[in-house]
Design a protein around this ligand. Structure first.
Ligand SMILES: Nc1ncnc2c1ncn2[C@@H]1O[C@H](COP(=O)(O)OP(=O)(O)O)[C@@H](O)[C@H]1O
Ligand SMILES: [Mg+2]
Length: 350
C-alpha cells in the first residue's frame, strides 16, 4: 500500500499579545516535524486583522516576524466537514486544501482560548491539542479555579471584579483577601496585566491596568513558597516530565523574567524530595483530567512553605521553544525535543 503523508496545518502568530512568543514556539515546532512523514501547511494568523494566510516562505522569517511580507495566500475555512480544510484562490479559481489535522501553536487570546479550536471543530479538522471547552476553561482563571477547587484541590483565596464595581467594592474585596495580593485579568497570559499589590494605595492603578486586558479581573491572595510546573503529554495514557521550580529573587514571574530570566531561575528537576515531586505529578494529572485536557499541557502549581500544593493555572499551549519549560521538563525525563513533537503528533484522539 502506498504511504500517504498526513497533511497537518501548523498555526502560528495570532491576534494576541503573545503573538511574538507564538512565532518563536512555532518556529521550533515546525523545524522539528519530520517532513518525510507529514506534509505541512503553515498558516500564519496576522496580528492585527486576524487574517489566515498560507505561508510558503523560509522558516526563519517566522521566527524573525517578517513572514507576512511575501509568499502568503489568504485561506478561508470551509464549513463543509466533508472537505475538512480551507479554500484559497489560485489563478482565478477557487481551490480546496484538505487537512488531516491542525496543530495550533498560538498563545493567549484568540488561539489558546478555544476560539480557533471551535472553528477547526466546525471545519471537521481534528485538533492536535486541547479541545474548545478545555481551552476556554483553562484560559479563564476564575472558572478553572472553580472546577479544580470543587474537587478538593487547594486554590488561592480569590475575589472577582467586574467593570461595574465601585472603588469601594474593589477596596472591600481586596480587604477580604488581604495584602500583598495579586491582581490579574481573568483571561490573559505571559503575565500581561498582572501586578503584585502591597497596599491599598497601589490597588486602583493595578486594577485599571488589569481591566485594560479583560472585562473580568481576579484578586488572589499571595501563595508563599514557589511555583512548580508539570509537563503532561497524552490523552488516555499520560507521560509526565520532571517537575520544575521557579526561583524568584524579586517580585513575581512577569513577562521580562519569563523570557529573559534576568533575576530568576528555573530548576529542573525542582529542588524538592522525590515524594513531593510524585505528589505534585499526581496532583497535576488529576487537574489535567478534571479540566478535560488532551494531547499536551503544562500544569502550574505553587508549593507552600508547609508543603501544600495549590493549583495556579493550566497552559494548554505552553511555550515550545527549545528553552521553554514544557520541553525542558520532558527532556529531564529522557525525551528529546524531536521525540516530544513526534509523540504529540502520534497521540490518538479519544
Ligand atoms: N496567587 C499567587 N501567589 C503568588 N504568586 C502569584 C499568584 N498568582 C500569580 N503569581 C505570580 O504571577 C505570575 C503570573 O501569574 P499567572 O497566574 O501564572 O498568569 P499567566 O497566565 O500570565 O502566566 C506567576 O508565575 C507567579 O509568579
Ligand atoms: Mg503562569
Amino acid at each position: 500500500m502506498e504511504f500517504r503523508k498526513k497533511t497537518i496545518a501548523v498555526f502560528f502568530g495570532g491576534c494576541s499579545t503573545e503573538y511574538e512568543v507564538s512565532l518563536k514556539s512555532a518556529f521550533s515546532v515546525i523545524k522539528s516535524i519530520d517532513t518525510e512523514k507529514y506534509q505541512l501547511v503553515l498558516i500564519g494568523i496576522e496580528r492585527r486583522t486576524g487574517k489566515w494566510l498560507w505561508y510558503r516562505g523560509e522558516l526563519e522569517k517566522i521566527r524573525d516576524n517578517c513572514w507576512y511580507q511575501e509568499m502568503c495566500t489568504p485561506v478561508f475555512p470551509s464549513m463543509d466537514k466533508k472537505l475538512h480544510g480551507f479554500h484559497y484562490m489560485k489563478e482565478g479559481s477557487l481551490c480546496i486544501q484538505s487537512l488531516d489535522a491542525a496543530f495550533p501553536i498560538l498563545h493567549g487570546k484568540n488561539g489558546e482560548d478555544g476560539t480557533v479550536q471551535g472553528i477547526l471543530e466546525l471545519m471537521g479538522v481534528p485538533v492536535i491539542g486541547c479541545d474548545l471547552l478545555c481551552s476556554a476553561l483553562c484560559m479563564n482563571k476564575e472558572m478553572a479555579h472553580r472546577v479544580v477547587a470543587a474537587a478538593g484541590i487547594r486554590t488561592a483565596k480569590a475575589e472577582i471584579l467586574r467593570t461595574g464595581n465601585t472603588e469601594e467594592e474593589v477596596r472591600t474585596a481586596a480587604h477580604r483577601i488581604g495584602y500583598p495580593l495579586f491582581v490579574k485579568p481573568v483571561r490573559a497570559g505571559s503575565s500581561f496585566g498582572i501586578a503584585k499589590v502591597f497596599s491599598e494605595r497601589e490597588l486602583p492603578g493595578a486594577v485599571e491596568e488589569a481591566f485594560r486586558h479583560d472585562s473580568i479581573v481576579i484578586l488572589e491572595e499571595e501563595i508563599k513558597g514557589f511555583e512548580v510546573g508539570c509537563a503532561i503529554l497524552g490523552t488516555e495514557e499520560l507521560l509526565t516530565g520532571e517537575v520544575d521550580e521557579i526561583e524568584l529573587s524579586q517580585g513575581f514571574f512577569n513577562y521580562t523574567e519569563k523570557y529573559t530570566l534576568k533575576t530568576s531561575g528555573i530548576h529542573v528537576p525542582a529542588r524538592i524530595s522525590a515524594e513531593k515531586a510524585e505528589e505534585i505529578k499526581k496532583t497535576a494529572i488529576k487537574i489535567y483530567r478534571l479540566l478535560g485536557c488532551s494531547f499536551f499541557a503544562r500544569v502550574d502549581m505553587f508549593l507552600s512553605p508547609a508543603g501544600e500544593i495549590y493549583f495556579n493555572e493550566v497552559n494548554t499551549i505552553p511555550g515550545f521553544t527549545a528553552h521553554s519549560r514544557y520541553p525542558n521538563m520532558l527532556k529531564a525525563a529522557g525525551l528529546s525535543f524531536d521525540e516530544i513533537i513526534e509523540k504529540i503528533l502520534g497521540v490518538k484522539p479519544l
